[in-house]
Every structure is written in structure tokens, then in C-alpha cells.
Write a protein of this length. Structure first.
Length: 729
């Protein structure tokens, strides 16, 4: 007697309702029949099709979808759709930043729908989270932020995967074996995403550049640039074009300019500077006023619009300053040659010339193209020595050209008088509500192989501030000159909005832990109390932390044609005019200023706003690359100090651990809560602290602790510490 076979239970398609709704909502203007939905799900058996048909009727009955024509369904859309920018976390979930909402909208990892970090997306909000935060689902990717990623390639027989360096990239990238571009297993590569098929778990890409072996110095530096889409060399045709430019100084061109070659002129720059894009001239006039010229390299004379050289400079928009190298905006023949105001050389310049009295009041001003001759070159330290000695002695390292009408005494007198005027101008700015950020810059001593052998801190001296004040004067007055014209003229401004109230409140909450108080009653008291805070923390263990947090509480400065003033500098008008060798917006400012000086009509605002946005975006990428290179060098430096104990300050506290910044070298690393084994620690958000369950020991933001290097990862740019405890004193 034969046994009856048991029927296998029908296997249901998991989460079918939500999957169907997601398909219909994602393409809400289209209709789908059951066959098309089955194809989207990758199923074609009778059981699955029957489940889809049944579920479609269920959803129709619940009025979540409608039958537009026989057998064809469409989502009933009750939600409003919005657009915003996705900010992904390393865990795969994220938040959408959208102008329509005060708070960012949370997106769970299962609702990301193949969007990537930074993408502009369409989404709808469908419920509130437990704590009242909005939650939503991404329905469409409007624009990818990027499609190129740096990562390590893993080769298999018929395919490869690239594991991206970025923690924000939550998927490995599939690469067919015929698109690996000669990469070897374990190489660091640049991969471009070409497609992300609907049924594929991973995006498909191709390797476009092999960067080298992970951990190798040049590989990692080039990887930093590649991660942000920044070039590390010029195309051959651009170099060739630049090298063929006529860079000679001609009598014909001099005749078109104001000749200022006889004015006492000098530069003050870092001692290791290779390009000098600004110089100062100083003359005492018969009427007792001081004529001070701010002379800027006339880059626009060589950079003609419509050429491949100009196109390349515009695309780059800025020079990139990594720890061990500069990636210039312009080829060397211009940046270090024709446009560099080197001592004892005649140069074409664009100048802002002011007549100023002893109270640092502007009595007259002139803008235009000039030709100048730099008589001397100072390093900041040399100019500082003159200022501090208060004598007219010139350091032996600074040499004049020996022309009879220019003496060492004139040069020293010029520096001392300009220092006096700069201090008056700075004091006036501070009284007007300007903020004084003298944040410590971390610098490295490098050996011949670019290995960091020491760390030092760069601070701003009087000589730095002298240059800063006169550059600010030129930037402000050029901007004011055009901004106040009637009828209104389109111009490129450097603006800085007022700080966000919630960010200021957060800053207050943190600095109060150190005993500091802030007053946000109005704009003036806000600026005054922020300046007092920055002054009070100067030289303390928490200085770098408080400086960083204060900067983060500020709005971001940007380029725009819509002038709203500059909050941080307390200027109603401000532009960038003084660094055209390294910033493209300054080139634009030069061109527009000359255009208006020649009587030209206002240019197209939309076109220039687009240029402004591009310049702001590229500046942001360069800044992030520069920070990554500092982080890389800090970790490289700490590799050789694994056996040492360091005193640091807790710079951040999270539920996964504490961040510690070493006082002696500003290197920051993390102590994982898993490695804090002397107790069970939990994160107390209210007091920014990690608290021991039994011992009640607290590790709070700003506390001093002793740490030792646990692990250094140059590839991921991670520095991990072991916590030794608190200092004995």
C-alpha cells in the first residue's frame, strides 16, 4: 500500500504588502499588473503570482492602491513628497536634511532604497518616532552626490568586489573581472559605479585607477584626493598651454597700468612659502597721510576666459593644502613664477590703494591694474622681530635691492607704522562685534620621506595680524565699492550668516561644564561673550576643544551673489580679492571689478550664482581632504609612540566610547567602551559623561585622562587608545 505524499506548505513571500506598496509608491505615476510586480520581485511560479494577485485585492480593499484599468494598479498617495539631502551613518540608517522641517527626518536602513550618502532624494514622511522625531522613506534618487569611491579590491575567479574606505558606503561594489583595470588582489583602487540593477544587492562598477598598496604613503595621499574627486596633477595639454604663455613684462602693457615700481614694496609670508600672491607698499605723502597699497597678483591677465587653462582652474576652484604637499589651482609656471610677487622682480598686479590717517581712517581709495616691484621679502618671524624690537633694525636675512632711495630704515618704519594702523583697525572690528578665532594650527616636521618626526603648533603673531588686517581692508572695500553702486551690480560675495540658536544653546550646554557663561541676548552680547570665551580658554587644556566647538556652532561661510554681510568679521560687505593664485572666486572678483571700472553693465546673476555654488562646493571638498591628511599624519606619527603614555582631554563622549585629544600633539583617538573593563560603563547624555555602574567613576567631556596607543590604522584613518586612568595630580 503506497503512502500518500505530504504536500509541502506553500511558501509565502515575506513582507509582501510593504514590498508591493514600495514598488508602486516608488514609481507612483505608473501602473503595474501582477506580472510586472512578479518580474520586479524576481518570481514566476504560479504560487507567487497567486499571492501577488490576492495581496493586490487586499490592498485595494484597504484603499491603499487603486485599479486604474482592468488588472492595472497604482498607489493611492496620501503623503506629501519632499526633497532633501541624505546624511548616512556608518550603521546604514540616516537622516534627511530638508528645509521643510526643523528637525532632520530619520530614515531606517530598510527605507534607504539604494540611496547613498550625500544624495539628493525624494521622500515622504509616514510616522513619528517614539521621541517625536519624524521618520520617512526614500522614494526616488534625484541626484547622486558622487559615483566614484576609493577602496580595496578583493579578486575572485570571475569577479571582484571593492570594499570602500568610507564608513558611509554601506555596500561593497561588484566589479566584473573584465573591468578591474589591471588591479591586483588587495590593491587600493578608485572605482566608478556604473549601474545598480534593481534586483542586485550591490552596485556594479569598474576600476578606473589603481592607486597602489594600502598603507604606502603616496597611495594614501592620492587616495585622500581621489576620495573627494580632487586631481593630483595637471593634464598634459593644460601644462603645455601654460608653458607657452607670454609671461614677460612689456612696455606696451605697463603703459595701460598705474606704475608703482618706485613705491617701497615688500611681502610678508610663511618662511616656506613658494608663491607670493600679495604685497604691501608704503609711502608717506606730503599731506601727512600714508598711502598704503595692497597689491595682488594679476592672475586674470594670464587666465583668459574660454581657454583650457581657465576651464581647469575653474573646475579645481581652489588649491588643496595637504600636510606634505600643495595641489595648486594653477600650473607652476604661473603659481610659482609669473604670478608670484617674488623679491627684486617686476610683476603685473591688481591693486587697492588707500590714503589713511593716523587714526586708520580711509581718506581716499583707488582700485585698478598696476605694475609693481617687490623690494624685499619677509618671513613672518622676521617681520615679528622688527615689531617686537620697536627699532628700525632689519634682520640680516632680509635684503633690499640697494636702490639709493630705499633704505632699511624706511622699510622698518613702514612695518612699525602699518602694525600700529592694523591694531587700530582690528580693535575697531572687535568693537563692532567681530569674532576673534586664533585657533591653534597643527603642523608637522617631516623628514625626506615625508614621515612626521615632530609636531608643532602654529599661532598668529602681530606680523600675521598685520597682513590679515590689510587683506581684510582690501576685500571689504572692493566689495563695498561694487555693492553700493546704483543700479545694483552682480558681484561675488563671501558671506557668513548669523549662528543658529540651537547650535549656540548646545555650545552653552557644553562650555558650562567648564564653568564658562555665555550671553545670547542680542548680536552684540553674543559676539562679545564668544570673544571673552575664546580669550578665557586661551592656554587652557580645553582650548582646542572649545575653539573647535565654537567654530562648529557658527554658520558656514560661502560664496554667493546675494549679499547678507559677514557675521564673523562684522562687515556689511565682504568678498575674496586677495588670493587669486589659490582661489578662483578671487579671479572672478578681479574680472568683475575691472569690468565695472570699465563702465560695463551688470552681468547675469544666475550664471555667477552657479559659479559661486561650484566654488563653495570645491572649497568644502578641499577642506575635508586637508583634514583627512592631518588625521593620516597624526596616526602615522603615533605609530612610533606606541609604548608611551600621554595625557589627553576628553573631546567627545558617545554611547560607544570616549574620544581623547592628546594635549602635547593634538592627536585624537577613541577609547572603546568595550575596552573599559574595570567596570560596566554607560553613557549619560545629560552630563556628557561615561559613568561606571558600580564605582560611579565618571569620565566627562573636558576631563584629563592618561591613554596609551592600542591600534593605528592608516588605511581607515583610525586611532584607538587604551585608557590608563586619570592623572595622579
Amino acid at each position: 500500500m503506497s503512502k500518500k505524499r505530504k504536500r509541502k506548505p506553500k511558501k509565502g513571500i515575506s513582507n509582501l504588502s510593504n514590498t508591493i506598496l514600495s514598488i508602486l509608491k516608488k514609481e507612483r505615476n505608473k501602473t503595474f499588473n501582477y506580472k510586472q510586480i512578479a518580474a520586479k520581485l524576481g518570481v514566476n511560479d504560479a504560487s507567487s503570482r497567486n499571492q501577488i494577485i490576492k495581496k493586490l485585492r487586499d490592498l485595494q480593499g484597504k484603499k491603499e492602491i487603486e485599479e486604474v484599468e482592468r488588472g492595472k494598479f497604482k498607489a493611492i498617495v496620501n503623503a506629501e513628497y519632499y526633497t532633501g539631502k541624505l546624511d548616512l551613518s556608518a550603521k546604514g540608517s540616516g537622516y534627511i536634511i530638508c528645509d521643510e522641517f526643523v528637525d532632520d527626518v530619520f530614515i531606517a536602513s530598510n527605507n534607504i532604497n539604494k540611496a547613498l550618502h550625500g544624495d539628493e532624494v525624494e521622500f515622504y514622511v509616514y510616522k513619528r518616532r517614539k521621541r517625536g522625531r519624524m521618520e520617512g522613506e526614500i522614494t526616488q534618487i534625484i541626484k547622486r552626490e558622487k559615483n566614484e569611491y576609493v577602496g580595496v579590491i578583493q579578486l575572485h575567479e570571475k569577479y571582484a568586489f571593492v570594499i570602500a574606505d568610507s564608513t558611509k558606503m554601506y555596500k561593497d561594489i561588484f566589479v566584473p573581472i573584465n573591468k578591474i583595470f589591471k588591479a591586483e588582489d588587495g590593491d587600493k583602487v578608485l572605482v566608478r559605479i556604473e549601474d545598480w540593477p534593481e534586483k542586485a544587492d550591490s552596485p556594479y562598477g569598474k576600476v578606473i585607477q589603481v592607486l597602489g598598496k594600502p598603507g604606502d604613503h603616496n597611495t594614501e595621499i592620492h587616495a585622500i584626493l581621489a576620495e573627494y574627486g580632487l586631481p593630483h596633477e595637471f593634464p598634459h595639454e593644460v601644462e603645455e598651454f601654460a608653458n607657452k604663455l607670454n609671461t614677460s613684462i612689456t612696455e606696451k602693457e605697463i603703459a595701460k597700468r598705474r606704475d608703482m615700481r618706485k613705491d617701497l614694496t615688500f611681502t610678508i609670508d610663511p618662511k616656506d612659502a613658494k608663491d607670493f600672491d600679495d604685497a604691501l607698499s608704503f609711502e608717506v605723502l606730503d599731506n601727512g597721510l600714508y598711502e598704503i597699497g595692497i597689491h595682488i597678483a594679476d592672475v586674470s591677465h594670464y587666465l583668459e576666459e574660454g581657454t583650457i587653462l581657465d576651464d581647469e582652474a575653474y573646475e579645481r576652484a581652489t588649491s588643496v593644502y595637504l600636510v606634505d604637499r600643495v595641489v595648486p589651482m594653477l600650473p607652476e609656471v604661473l603659481s610659482n613664477g609669473a604670478c608670484s610677487l617674488r623679491p627684486h622682480e617686476e610683476k603685473y598686479t591688481f591693486s587697492a590703494v588707500f590714503q589713511i590717517n593716523d587714526k586708520a581712517e580711509i581718506k581716499n581709495q583707488w582700485f585698478g591694474r598696476t605694475v609693481t616691484y617687490s623690494d624685499a621679502r619677509y618671513a613672518y618671524e622676521e617681520a615679528q622681530a622688527v615689531i617686537e624690537s620697536k627699532t628700525n633694525e632689519i634682520p640680516a636675512s632680509v635684503s633690499l635691492t640697494g636702490k639709493a632711495y630705499k633704505t632699511d630704515q624706511q622699510l622698518a618704519d613702514a612695518i612699525l607704522k602699518m602694525d600700529q594702523l592694523a591694531k587700530i583697525m582690528r580693535g575697531r572690528r572687535m568693537q563692532s562685534g567681530a569674532l576673534s578665532f586664533d585657533k591653534v594650527e597643527v603642523k608637522f616636521n617631516l623628514d625626506e620621506q615625508a614621515n612626521p618626526v615632530g609636531v608643532f603648533f602654529k599661532t598668529s603673531m602681530d606680523a600675521n595680524k598685520l597682513i590679515e588686517e590689510f587683506m581684510l581692508l582690501a576685500n571689504r572695500k572692493v566689495s563695498e565699492f561694487i555693492g553700493k553702486q546704483d543700479p545694483k551690480k552682480t558681484f561675488i560675495y563671501r558671506t557668513h550668516d548669523e549662528p543658529d540658536d540651537s547650535k549656540l544653546a548646545n555650545l552653552q550646554g557644553i562650555v558650562s561644564k567648564f564653568g564658562y557663561k555665555l550671553n545670547f541676548k542680542d548680536r552684540k552680547t553674543t559676539a562679545s561673550s564668544l570673544n571673552n570665551l575664546l580669550k578665557e580658554v586661551n592656554g587652557t587644556k580645553e582650548q582646542n576643544l572649545v575653539d573647535t566647538l565654537t567654530i562648529r556652532s557658527m554658520s558656514k561661510a560661502e560664496y554667493t551673489t546675494h549679499n547678507i554681510g559677514h557675521y564673523g568679521l562684522a562687515f556689511d560687505y565682504y568678498s575674496h580679492f586677495t588670493s587669486p593664485i589659490r582661489r578662483y572666486p578671487d579671479v572672478i572678483a578681479h574680472r568683475l571689478l575691472q569690468h565695472y571700472l570699465d563702465g560695463g553693465k551688470s552681468v547675469n546673476e544666475d550664471l555667477y550664482e552657479e559659479k559661486c555654488q561650484h566654488s563653495s562646493n570645491m572649497e568644502g571638498l578641499a577642506t575635508r581632504a586637508e583634514r583627512d591628511s592631518i588625521k593620516y599624519m597624526q596616526i602615522k606619527f603615533m605609530q612610533d609612540h606606541k609604548d608611551e603614555e600621554f595625557v589627553g582631554v576628553i573631546s567627545g563622549v558617545t554611547d560607544w566610547g570616549i574620544y581623547v585629544e592628546i594635549i602635547s600633539n593634538k592627536c585624537e583617538g577613541m577609547v572603546s567602551v568595550r575596552d573599559m573593563k574595570d567596570d560596566h560603563y554607560t553613557f549619560d547624555q545629560d552630563i556628557y559623561a561615561m559613568v561606571g555602574k558600580d564605582s560611579k567613576i565618571t569620565y566627562q567631556l573636558g576631563d584629563e585622562v592618561v591613554v596609551k596607543v592600542k591600534n593605528t590604522d592608516l588605511v581607515k584613518k583610525h586611532l584607538d587608545f587604551n585608557l590608563i586612568g586619570k592623572p595622579e595630580n
